[in-house]
Design a protein around this ligand. Structure first.
Ligand code: FES
Length: 188
C-alpha cells in the first residue's frame, strides 16, 4: 500500500506559518474594506443623482405659440383652465387676460388653489384682494393670485400672455410668443 507523503516529506506541499496567516487575513480585510468603500461611493452617487433628478420635472413641455381658444362668449365670469394649452384665461365682465400655468422655476404645471375666503395681499405698493393662488407641485413654489411669486425656488412671476381677437371668426387668440405686462387686458 502506497503511503501518502506528509508536508515534511513532500517538497510541493508548503507549511503555512503564522506570518502567512496574518498576511492572508490582512488581504481579506483590505479587500472587504475596498468593497465597503465602493458600496458607500455607489450609494452616495445614487443619492446625488436622485437629488439632481428631483430638480428636473418629469415632463418637459414645448413652448406654446399662438393659438385660438374659443369665442369670448364661451368663457364665463372668472377663470377657465385650458389643460392642453397650460394656460388660465380670466374674464372680468368684458375684459380678458391670460396667465401661463408654466412654473418659472423648471416649467412644471402650477395648480390653481381657490381660497375659502378672499385675502388681502400687498405686492410692492399695490394692494389687492385675491381669491385664489397658484402652487407648483414639483418643488413647492407659490404665487399670489396675480401671478407674483412669493415662496419657493420660482425666480419670477408667472407670465401673462397676450390675447387678441381673430378677425376672421372672432375667437380669442393666445399669443404665447408675446409676454405682456400684468396690467394687460383685452376688452371685447
Ligand atoms: S418647477 Fe420647481 S417649483 Fe415649480
Amino acid at each position: 500500500m502506497k503511503k501518502e507523503k506528509t508536508s515534511h516529506e513532500n517538497p510541493e506541499m508548503k507549511t503555512v506559518g503564522p506570518a502567512q496567516n496574518a498576511e492572508a487575513a490582512q488581504a481579506r480585510r483590505s479587500f472587504l474594506g475596498r468593497l465597503g468603500l465602493g458600496a458607500t461611493l455607489a450609494a452616495m452617487a445614487g443619492q446625488a443623482f436622485a437629488f439632481v433628478r428631483s430638480l428636473i420635472p418629469n415632463v418637459r413641455y414645448e413652448a406654446a405659440q399662438r393659438y385660438k381658444v374659443g369665442l369670448p362668449s364661451q368663457f364665463g365670469e372668472g377663470s377657465k383652465y385650458l389643460d392642453d394649452k397650460r394656460v388660465f384665461v380670466f374674464r372680468e365682465r368684458n375684459t380678458f387676460y391670460a396667465i401661463s400655468a408654466s412654473c418659472t422655476h423648471l416649467g412644471c404645471t402650477v395648480k390653481m388653489l381657490r381660497l375659502n375666503q378672499p385675502r388681502k395681499v400687498k405686492v410692492g405698493s399695490r394692494e389687492f384682494e385675491e381669491h385664489h393662488e397658484f402652487h407648483c407641485p414639483c418643488h413647492g413654489s407659490k404665487y399670489y393670485g396675480d401671478g407674483t411669486n412669493y415662496s419657493g425656488p420660482a425666480p419670477k412671476p408667472l407670465e401673462y400672455l397676450k390675447l387678441e381677437l381673430a378677425p376672421e371668426d372672432g375667437q380669442l387668440i393666445v399669443d404665447a410668443t408675446t409676454p405682456v405686462e400684468k396690467e394687460f387686458r383685452l376688452t371685447v
